[in-house]
Ligand binder design. Structure first.
Ligand SMILES: Nc1ncnc2c1ncn2[C@@H]1O[C@H](COP(=O)(O)OP(=O)(O)O)[C@@H](O)[C@H]1O
Ligand SMILES: [Mg+2]
Length: 249
């Protein structure tokens, strides 16, 4: 069992925003400097989800039109299928105030919850610190001078490419053993820092057991990312990799 990282400053604290690290597809990530009561400090990443509230009922149908894309799981959340109690599902489907609050909670908490499980299982993900209404605080990967580059921008040597691919497999085995598909895995959602590969960006991750398309997501992720390694000249066979992963389910 991994224990809470020792670098983390605990309450009471003062936070200072040091500015934007990156604006991604769906979120803006800032660097935050935190000072604790004993003058201990730490830095972490604060991911702020860009606005995507559901404000009127018809918007669900509008979103439904895009069902084939990355919105699939989003729509599932919004339709309330993730909620066990039928009362909750109804509230979400009808977009009552209660239902909307339920959704917001689930949505922002989802990434935190999944990364907590993966972190505890030993996967190379940033430590998930906490989440609020539309923010998610997590371990910052990088140093004072620069944030860790996305894998696609990391300019790896041939040796490092092989190393990164090996670490990719290690991570994917843990991911599938924990029962999840990432759902948006690419060289943009992997960071490379200090010879280490980090997996990030999990809001669309799905529970394989609860989602009929779960393994399709795994297959698509593997195809995506193996394709990237292949274009870099590595012998990264997607079907072999997928078949290997199935042993770890
Ligand atoms: N913990 C982190 N440490 C350093 N950089 C990060 C971290 N998390 C995210 N980033 C940077 O911010 C970008 C966007 O974050 P991401 O979680 O991928 O959200 P999006 O949905 O917007 O793609 C990432 O591609 C990465 O460059
Ligand atoms: Mg991303």
């Amino acid at each position: 069992m991994r224990s809470t990282p020792s670098w983390l400053v605990v309450e009471p604290w003062t936070d200072v925003d040091l500015g934007v690290i990156k604006v991604g597809k769906e979120a803006q990530v800032n660097l935050v400097h935190r000072t604790g009561a004993d003058n201990r400090t730490c830095q972490f990443a604060r991911k702020r989800y860009l606005p995507r509230e559901v404000t009127f009922k018809g918007q669900l149908e509008q979103l439904g039109v895009q069902r084939s894309s990355a919105f699939v799981n989003d729509v599932q959340y919004r339709e309330g299928r993730q909620f066990r109690k039928s009362r909750d599902r109804r509230a979400v489907a009808q977009m009552s105030t209660y239902g909307r609050r339920l959704l917001q909670d689930r949505w922002t908490g989802h990434e935190h919850e999944i990364m907590s499980r993966l972190w505890a299982a030993g996967m190379s993900v940033p430590y998930p610190i906490a989440y609020g209404d539309d923010v998610f605080d997590l371990e910052y990967i990088g140093d004072d001078a620069q944030a860790a580059p996305q894998l696609q921008a990391a300019r790896l040597s041939r040796r490092d490419l092989g190393e990164a691919f090996d670490q990719l497999i290690v991570g994917l085995r843990i991911l599938i053993a924990e029962g999840f598909a990432h759902g948006d895995l690419s060289a943009y959602n992997l960071l490379w820092w200090d010879d280490r590969l980090w997996f990030i960006d999990f809001p669309q991750a799905v529970d394989i057991a609860a989602n009929l398309a779960g393994l399709d997501f795994v297959h698509r992720d593997v195809t995506n990312v193996c394709g990237w390694f292949q274009r870099k000249g590595l012998d990264a066979d997607a079907e072999d990799t997928f078949a290997d992963l199935l042993h770890f389910m």
